[in-house]
Design a protein around this ligand. Structure first.
Ligand code: ADP
Ligand code: LRH
Length: 424
């Protein structure tokens, strides 16, 4: 039996999942899980990459203890964030995308190249945390001086394991710097921003064998977690997907990027997939719920939270994608401000969050049909959020589509699929 190990690290937790083929079907077993989250350091939100790397190695050890031979491994994480290198040393801190340091530079970036031109070139949605803005903040603070390398987080962790430095295509498309025409970093943008060209070498496609760690082959998967998730959904035909975790990503595979006016207006993103384009939208997702949970009822299980939400009779909703929810000091205060203080009980906050998310999904699906000129029957939901049966019902009502909820680790499945194809 050939065992492969997917290391899938999300913004709220990481997991090691071993997969193998048996009677033509992929089998999986979770061997390790760890908590993840941002840390506040000197007024900034940062990732603790040292701990992340330690957890990666702990999980590999757990996999080896359970399955004596692991043939290969690969790592995917959230997009956008990166590690700067000086020679072989990482430059700390590694900023987390919710940190506010980019707010002041958005207009400076757009002065160098208007957003409409950036969008025409890359098809990448506007998010104030895209790597483009983070890098510009680095540039004007002098942080890019003397930098010799830039690796996105999964590339960094793979490099630490096997010593190979590569830049992977699907994750690069989250930076806001990749051309939809060439599938490589866009020279025009790099020049306009005056970014050092040597930090942006040629991109590698998923499927490459990079090297070894303790006798295990290190493979490059679709290192953007959402790209792996889309690749891992067992879908009949080409229907829309909702990858429901810390973020909710709603979209559909298309053969080419769609960068027209309505796509830009609706802030639709064109990101790289494994042989297709991911036309999708970022929706604030379970971040809202997780932050409310920490503040209002830490320790309460998701089943109890959903029950409290169902029992509340408060039917107020908000625009779940409003910037005020991205990184508020207090999520409760953010909901109070958005609802004019209308939420009276704990269940009410969660009810408002779930109903507002479902409304966003409904709106996004309508836009998706208009912008692609297609009509869809189904919506496939994967990720931790797919376990929320009540939210799935609200989503079905709001979208008018048959919701197919798959409470599976689609991201790990996509990660494993690429490994199995790469290492025969
Ligand atoms: P990420 O990869 O971004 O960390 P996941 O896909 O692992 O996200 O989803 C985790 C989220 O799913 C949790 O933070 C939680 O909000 C939600 N979730 C997990 N389990 C349940 C459950 N049983 N019921 C409802 N929601 C759940
Ligand atoms: C989901 C995700 C999403 C990105 C965000 C930063 O985990 O990768 O696709 O936009 O994190």
């Amino acid at each position: 039996m050939r065992y492969c190990l997917a290391i899938d690290i999300g913004a709220s937790s990481g997991r090691h999942i071993v997969g193998w083929m048996e009677n033509g079907r992929m089998q999986t077993e979770e061997v390790y899980r760890f908590a993840n989250g941002v840390r506040r350091e000197k007024g900034h939100l940062v990732w603790d990459v040292e701990t992340l790397f330690r957890e990666v190695k702990e999980g590999i050890a757990a996999a080896k203890a359970r399955f004596a031979t692991i043939a290969s491994l690969s790592i995917d994480t959230w997009g956008v964030d990166y590690v700067l290198l000086k020679g072989d040393r990482e430059v700390l801190p590694v900023y987390a995308y919710r940190d506010g340091r980019t707010e002041a530079v958005v207009s400076l970036v757009h002065r160098r190249m208007p957003f409409s031109e950036l969008y025409r070139r890359t098809g990448c949605q506007f998010q104030s945390f895209n790597s483009l803005y983070q890098l510009y903040a680095d540039k004007i603070s002098g942080r890019l001086d003397g930098i010799t390398g830039l690796l996105m987080l999964p590339e960094y962790l793979l490099w630490k394991l096997c010593g190979a430095q590569v830049r992977e295509y699907t994750n690069a498309t989250t930076t806001g710097l990749v051309s939809t025409c060439t599938g490589e970093y866009d020279n025009g943008i790099l020049e306009a921003m005056d970014f050092p060209r040597q930090l942006f070498p040629k991109l590698s496609r998923p499927g490459k064998v990079l090297g070894e760690y303790e006798g295990i082959k290190c493979v490059l998967c679709a290192t953007h977690d959402t790209a792996s998730a889309v690749e891992g959904i067992p879908m009949e035909g080409n229907q829309p997907y909702l990858s429901s975790g810390t973020w909710s990503l709603l979209g559909v595979k298309t053969s080419r990027p769609l960068t027209g006016e309505s796509s830009q207006k609706g802030n639709w993103s064109n990101e790289g997939g494994v042989g297709y384009n991911r036309y999708q939208k970022n929706i604030m997702g379970m971040w809202l719920v997780n932050q409310l949970r920490k503040e209002l009822c830490n320790g309460l299980g998701f089943a109890e939270i959903v029950q409290a939400a169902q029992q509340s009779d408060c039917d107020v909703s908000v625009d779940a994608n409003a910037p005020g929810f991205l990184a508020p000091e207090s999520m409760k205060d953010a909901f109070d401000a958005a609802t004019g203080g209308a939420l009276k009980d704990v269940g009410g906050y969660f009810r408002c969050a779930f109903r507002s998310l479902a409304q966003c999904y409904g709106q996004a699906l309508q836009e998706l049909e208009i912008n692609t000129g297609r009509s869809f029957e189904k919506l496939y939901v994967v990720g931790g959020g797919a376990k929320n049966v009540w939210l799935n019902r609200l989503t079905q009502e709001a979208t008018g589509k048959t919701v197919i909820a798959l409470p599976i680790e689609a991201t790990a499945l996509g990660n494993l699929k690429i490994q199995m194809e790469a290492v025969q």
